[in-house]
Design a protein around this ligand. Structure first.
Ligand code: NAD
Length: 355
């Protein structure tokens, strides 16, 4: 029998069990930086929860993991309330899902701004860095606070730890920065450093980290900043939060400004004009489109500075981003395409073999 035929009590039981499982894995992942299952297994579990809710909308509870941004906040750190909320991203697990999202989003844009599609919508494609999000608060050009994403509203205060990361300026360069500005980025451990770091841990008889993401998160969330200082951490910016008058109309202009002020921006980001990349009506943006970007980065997936687990598509225009808005968990103007899972543990095994 299909899930639709389950008696109400069994359905509730199944629903609560799935919720508990997702919550348990989230705690292991976000609070302890020690996942018990692979991301692909977690994603499959999460998808089952989403599917069950889609099939039985009447049972959806407000505190379901599908209604909230996933990170829990550890009491080991002081809580920080973000000035503007931080969001997660909707995951797309196949090209068909990506196509459906692209068409739905284009149609919404056309409804908001008739003629927009005809003129050409600008999309930003970025690699999805396998790290953890931070929110950097700059006042008068000075870094005054840094926090993890947490549940999107409240994160963990990691200011002293972030101050040890060389890529992140404590004083912005140039001029013209807003009086107050939240910069969002991804902290990561570069792949080469991650391998060396893990080998060192194994030599010292310590457990290796499962992946660069957990390694970055574990390194950033140290009680002692001197310990974080020893870890090879980097960052690329991928967004902006609250600000007092940033002079930019789009995401890519914002990246240009942030780069001028000394913040590290990703060298992999591209602007494309469509999914298929026909080259645009005027032929000016001869790019391979979103699909080509996915293919290119998939082929060199482990050849980038950092590990990636997918690519992120964003509507570039801030006016359109505002008009599309957010759900309680994710923006409607952006989504993440996830590459199919690879063999897990091969990298760790390689290390063990090499030792
Ligand atoms: P997500 O990682 O799928 O997407 C949102 C995050 O992507 C953002 O918060 C940001 O930090 C990051 N990101 C990286 N590059 C970006 C870019 N260029 N632009 C914008 N954002 C970018 O969502 P999530 O809610 O953070 O967590 C879900 C992820 O965590 C999934 O990959 C899931 O598999 C994994 N997870 C695994 C377990 C486990 O037990 N293995 C448990 C919980 C979560």
């Amino acid at each position: 029998p299909g899930a639709g035929d389950i008696p109400p009590e069994a359905l509730r039981e199944q629903y609560e069990h799935l919720q508990d499982e997702v919550r348990r894995h989230r705690t292991a992942y976000y609070q302890n930086d020690a996942p018990e299952v692979s991301d692909a297994e977690y994603d499959a579990l999460y998808r089952r929860l989403e599917d069950l809710e889609a099939l039985h909308p009447e049972i959806v509870s407000n505190d379901s993991p599908t209604q909230e941004v996933g990170g829990e906040v550890s009491t080991a750190f002081a809580p920080v309330t973000h000035l503007a909320r931080m969001y997660s991203l909707d995951d797309l697990f196949s090209i068909e899902e990506l196509r459906a999202w692209y068409e739905k989003t284009s149609a919404s844009i056309e409804a908001i701004a008739p003629g927009a599609a005809e003129k050409g919508i600008r999309w930003l494609v970025e690699v999805k860095i396998d790290g953890l999000a931070v929110n950097l608060l700059y006042r008068e050009g000075k870094l005054v606070r840094a926090a993890t994403r947490g549940d999107g509203t409240t994160g963990e205060d990691v200011t002293h730890n972030v101050m040890t990361i060389r890529d992140i300026p404590q004083q912005l360069a140039g001029s013209g920065w807003p009086d107050e500005m939240e910069v969002r980025g991804e902290i990561f451990m570069p792949s080469a450093d991650f391998r060396a770091f893990n080998e060192q841990r194994v030599e010292q008889g310590l457990d290796p980290f499962a992946n660069p993401r957990n390694s970055a998160a574990g390194s950033l969330r140290q009680k002692d900043p001197a310990e974080t200082a020893k870890r090879p951490l980097s960052m690329f910016v991928h967004g902006i939060g609250a600000h007092t008058g940033l002079q930019a109309e789009s995401q890519h202009e914002t990246y240009q400004l942030l780069a001028e002020w000394g913040l590290p921006t990703s060298p992999y980001t591209r602007i494309v004009d469509s999914l298929e990349g026909a080259g645009g009506k005027d032929g000016k943006h001869g790019d391979g489109g979103i699909l080509q970007f996915i293919e290119d980065n998939g082929a060199q997936r482990h050849g980038l500075v950092h590990e990636i687990d997918g690519i992120v598509v964003k509507v570039d225009s801030f006016a359109l981003q505002r008009a599309l808005g957010h759900t309680s968990r994710v923006p409607r103007w952006s989504a993440a395409y996830k590459y199919p899972p690879e063999e897990v543990h091969t990298r760790l095994l390689d290390i063990r073999v090499n030792v």
